[in-house]
Design a protein around this ligand. Structure first.
Ligand SMILES: [Zn+2]
Length: 266
């Protein structure tokens, strides 16, 4: 089995996780910028975090032969402070030329607030100006449908954004089709408790098809499973999916989307 882990928060994982992922067939890992489990107290916290994502973490992954890529932004959970967000957005362009940076992400909404919307629009503008791919986080539970619609409308209203260069992550049964219908890519996040289990994700693939869709573990500092993607592949195998179709979902699809950034090479 070979697969790409397109969304994993490796700074919060141990080296054993890298070893397990490589052993399971992982050939590249991508790490969107996110909440650290606490709010950073100033823009300097983001400078250090972006340095970690673009310098230290790729070196740590390289020790296991694993190419490491990342996405940069201030995440929706820290977007209430618009002043801080502006400072962070001023910092991001200084890092965009680093060799492992794929684009702007994970941006989006958390509580669908007015300030989050403002910061989302600022990120979309930056992505358009700098010609960057976009990775979007959608809210959880009861906020998901409304938040997804708001995000899709922001992307649609920005004429410089090409839909196929945006992936909307954490889709579920009730949002996946909305996302695909707008021409975007969709990501399914496999969590053991919240979000989508592997079995549910395979159900979604079987009903919505496997075009323009990927799966990720989003493993972080919470309850999460770094091997969730290969586990889901085993579920597909159990259900009789041919090896070629499994490979398309867990390897070829992420490769197709990510290769839109010329820096993504395997
Ligand atoms: Zn994430």
């Amino acid at each position: 089995m070979r697969y790409i882990e397109p969304h994993a928060h490796m700074v919060s994982r141990v080296t054993d996780d890298y070893l397990d992922m490589v052993t399971a067939g992982c050939v590249a890992v991508c790490e969107p910028a996110f909440w650290a489990g606490y709010d950073r107290s100033s823009v300097n916290g983001f400078y250090d975090y972006f340095s970690q994502l673009t310098d230290y973490e790729p070196k740590r992954a390289a020790r296991f032969g694993l190419p490491h890529f990342c996405w940069l932004c201030i995440n929706p959970k820290e977007s209430e402070d618009v002043g801080l967000a502006k400072e962070v957005l001023g910092l991001v362009p200084k890092f965009l030329d680093r060799p492992n940076v794929l684009g702007i992400g994970e941006i989006g909404l958390n509580k669908n607030s007015r300030n989050e919307m403002k910061v989302l629009e600022m990120h979309v503008d930056l992505a358009a100006r700098a010609d960057q791919l976009i990775l979007v986080h959608t809210p959880h539970l009861e906020d998901k449908l409304k938040g997804t619609r708001l995000i899709l409308d922001v992307l649609k209203s920005e004429s410089r954004i090409q839909p196929e260069r945006c992936i909307i992550d954490h889709v579920e049964e009730h949002t996946v089709q909305l996302v695909l219908d707008r021409g975007h890519w969709a990501g399914m996040t496999l969590y053991p408790e919240t979000k989508c289990t592997g079995a549910r994700a395979v159900d979604i693939l079987e009903t919505s098809g496997s075009e323009r869709i990927w799966m990720n573990s989003a493993c972080d500092w919470g309850v999460s499973v770094p091997l969730a993607v290969p586990y889901a592949a085993i579920e597909m195998r159990k259900r009789g999916w041919p090896a070629e179709q499994i490979d398309r979902v867990i390897y070829q699809n992420p490769l197709r989307f990510l290769s839109q950034c010329p820096k993504f090479g395997l």
